[in-house]
Structure formats: C-alpha cells, structure tokens
Ligand binder design. Structure first.
Ligand SMILES: *Cc1c(COP(=O)(O)O)cnc(C)c1O
Length: 425
C-alpha cells in the first residue's frame, strides 16, 4: 500500500534533522537511472544514491554475479582463509592502480582509517617519530573518528572536537570556469604546504581532483603534481582518498591517473561494488607492506572487520570492473555529455562558478550566505523533485553526478529540472 511520506517509528536516518526535514521518500525498486516510489512515481537518481550507484540500479550482470556467489561462498573468516574472488579482485585492482597490496574493510570511512593506520604505524615500526598529519581545508574523509579528525572541522564534528586529534591544514585552491585567480591561490596553498612539511610529517591526505562533501570543489591536475613533489621532497607518505573519485567518476579509472600522481596509499569504496554492497579497500605499495613483516608481534597491523573481503562484495566489484573494462567510453566520454548542457545552464543568472570533471558537474547558487545550511539548495531540491529528478545539493552547491547508464534524454530532463527550479527560486 502506498503511503503518504511519513517517519517510520523505528528507523533513524543519516545526517537528517527530523525537526527540519520532510519525511523520506519510500523507494520500492530501482532500474538503471530510475528509482520507483511506492506511489508509482519514477525519479531520476541524479546523484547516484550518494555517489555509489556507478553503472545503474539493479544492473543485471552485477546482480547475477552476487547471486552466483551467494550460492557458492557467502562469507569466510579472512584471517585464516583466502578465497578466489578476493584473489581475483586484488590482482585486478593492483594491476590497474599500480599499488601491489590490498587491505579490505567495509566502507569509505574505514578505507581511510586503515590508510591512516598503515601510514602511521609504518613509521612507528621503524622507530621514526613523524608526529604530524596534513590534510586540506574543506576535506571530507568519512564519519568515523579518525576520518572525522582528518576532515575539515564543521557542524558535523563540533560535538566531538575534544576527542579529535590535531591535523595541520593547507588551503584547497578550488577552481571553476573562467577563474582568473587560481594561480595565486595555488601558490599560496603550496607555500603553506611547504612550510608545514618542514615539520616531520607522517602523511598528507587529499581527495584527488574533487573534494566531494565540501561542495564538489575541483582543483587542477598540475596543482596535485606540485603537491606530490613537495610531499616526496619531505619524505612523507601520500594518501589519496579516491572513495568518491575512483572507478571512472573523474573520467579515468582513478583521479590520480588523470592528475599524474602516484600515491603511496589509496582508499576506495562507493563505486567499488558498482553501488551494490558496502565494501572498502585500502591499496598500498609493497614497500609499506614490507614494513609490517617482522618477528615482533607489535609490528602487526592489528586491524580487521568481521566482514573483511566479503565474497559477495568481491563478486560485485569484479562484475563492476568487467563493465568498466568493456565500456570505458561510458566514463571517459561522460564529461563531453555534461559539457554543452552545463555551458547552456551556466548562462542562467543564478548560476555561479560552474565546474566539471568527468561525470561530476557542479555550480553554486548566487546567494547571500553560502554554506551547508543555506536553504536555497533545499528549495531547489524540492522543485526538481516535482519534475521527477532527485537531487541533493550541498548547501548552495548544486551538482549532478548520475549513474553512467543515464540516457541523453534523462540527462536533458535533469538539466531541464534544474533550470526550471532556478527560474522559480
Ligand atoms: C563518502 C566519502 C567517504 C566516506 O565513505 P563512507 O562509505 O560514507 O564511510 C570518505 N571519503 C570521501 C572522499 C567520500 O566521498
């Protein structure tokens, strides 16, 4: 029975203030770029269900791979066992990332936690004191404590402030179309970074090319190469959080490849299983792995999750990689699909700072008080919903990040809904 939107008596929703939100929509089915509600309405999922649905909802080949695996081996303790699906996934991810070792966990936050623990303990195991960690302004690395500490301090982390370890920060020189001040901002950021790196530093962490949660803040590839140069010169480790940007989102399989940087550690999740199952991985170099092999028990990486290397997740990830390999034009060519549509939209007087990277198109609303709590984005979200398009602006930042399967007609519908919402704001 379809029901009017209401709050369930037993569910608690993520990052949702019940006192200030509409009750959630009730989804009963997903197919391709569409979500179907219990009242029969169909919505285009223009943000890939929080950036995870890579190919499309209920993608048949991934569904079949998960079902086959469920009938074969659904789970096994990964401390004492390995299994063929995990082996195959590790081999393929190593080959396409250039990082030889893979540690499994359950989501993006844990993939970051593990990267941080490996980086930190690698120095510790050598008896070398490098007490500083560096991240960027605006960073988001997840909601668990370590990941939260690395991220920019905000409304989200405020209650926990006394529990978060210190992290040094450099500015993130985000840019947009026709931005003529970007060189100066990049130079200032690099100068700050260089200064910070004069203190002994364990690791620098960044979201390559696109900071997601802070508002689709995009930097230029050349800036990341200059960051890497400075990190290398200081002998620190470089962690790339590709939880959002991985698996073709930016136009190459990994954003680091597009930027031309080679991190020591890489965190992946979101698109890893095509959006089917929660899984994270941390990839590292063989050199880092070697730093944990020792007769001393204290040199072990004592970290493990019950569902480490879950075979269903591994099977989904392999099927998703098959699709990416079979149709690289779907992610390599996505930017060219956004481009003319975003160019046209950018003419709208309410659109500021348009920007584009791969399948991620974003702009800012011309508002007085920009930020996550600015209500303009929410109004735009409600208006787009009336046009059958699901968006979730980040405050005053509006973005489209659709599944790769979205048709041209559906993409036009997304841009049309945004335009008509802008006209009504
Ligand atoms: C979403 C995200 C995370 C956290 O991933 P979860 O699976 O939500 O824990 C970490 N880093 C980046 C860059 C993300 O976009």
């Amino acid at each position: 029975m379809p029901s009017a939107p209401s709050w369930h008596p037993h569910l608690w929703h993520p990052t949702t203030q019940v006192a200030r939100s509409e009750p959630p929509l009730r989804a009963v089915r997903g197919q391709g770029a569409l979500l179907e509600l219990d009242d029969g309405r169909q919505l285009i999922d223009a943000i890939s269900s929080w950036w995870v649905t890579l190919h499309g909802h209920a993608e048949a080949s991934i569904a079949a791979a998960v079902a086959r695996q469920a009938h074969t081996l659904e789970q096994v303790i990964f401390a004492n066992f390995r299994h063929p699906t995990a082996e195959a996934l590790a081999e393929r991810l190593s080959a396409c990332s250039g990082l030889e070792r893979l540690f499994f966990s359950d989501n993006g936050s844990t993939a970051v936690e593990v990267a941080l623990k490996i980086a930190w303990q690698w120095w510790h195991n050598q008896g070398i004191a490098r007490p500083q960690l560096i991240a960027f302004d605006g960073a988001y690395h997840g909601d668990t404590f370590g990941a939260m500490a690395l991220g920019e301090r905000s409304l989200f982390s405020a209650p926990f402030e006394p529990l978060l370890f210190a992290v040094a920060r450099a500015p993130w020189p985000a840019s947009w179309w026709n931005d003529d001040r970007v060189e100066a901002r990049e130079a200032a950021s690099l100068e700050r970074l260089e200064h910070l790196l004069s203190h002994p530093t364990a690791a620098v962490i960044l979201e390559p090319l696109v900071q997601g949660a802070s508002g689709m803040a995009m930097v230029r590839p050349a800036f990341l190469r200059q960051v890497e140069e400075r990190v290398r010169a200081a002998g620190a480790l470089l962690i790339a959080d590709e939880v959002l940007t991985g698996f073709g989102r930016c136009g190459e399989l990994f954003a680091c490849q597009l930027a031309g940087i080679r991190p020591d550690l890489m965190s992946l999740s979101k698109g890893l299983t095509g959006g089917f199952l929660p899984m994270g991985v941390t990839l590292t170099s063989e050199a880092l792995y070697g730093g944990f092999i020792s007769e001393q028990p204290g040199h072990t990486l004592f970290h493990g999750h019950s569902f480490t290397a879950n075979p269903l997740g591994c099977a989904a990830a392999l099927a998703s990689l098959d699709l990416l390999e079979a149709h690289p034009e779907r992610y390599r060519g996505f930017e060219a699909r956004h481009l003319p549509r975003l160019e046209a939209l950018a003419q709208h007087p309410a659109v500021r700072r348009p920007r584009l990277r791969g399948s991620i198109a974003a702009f800012e609303l011309a508002v007085e008080n920009p930020g996550y709590l600015n209500p303009a984005g929410r109004r735009l979200q409600a208006l787009a919903l009336e046009q059958g398009v699901f968006l979730r602006p980040l405050g005053h930042v509006v973005y489209l990040l659709p599944p790769l399967c979205i048709s041209d007609q559906q993409l036009d519908q997304c841009y049309g809904a945004v335009r008509s919402a802008l006209d009504q704001l």
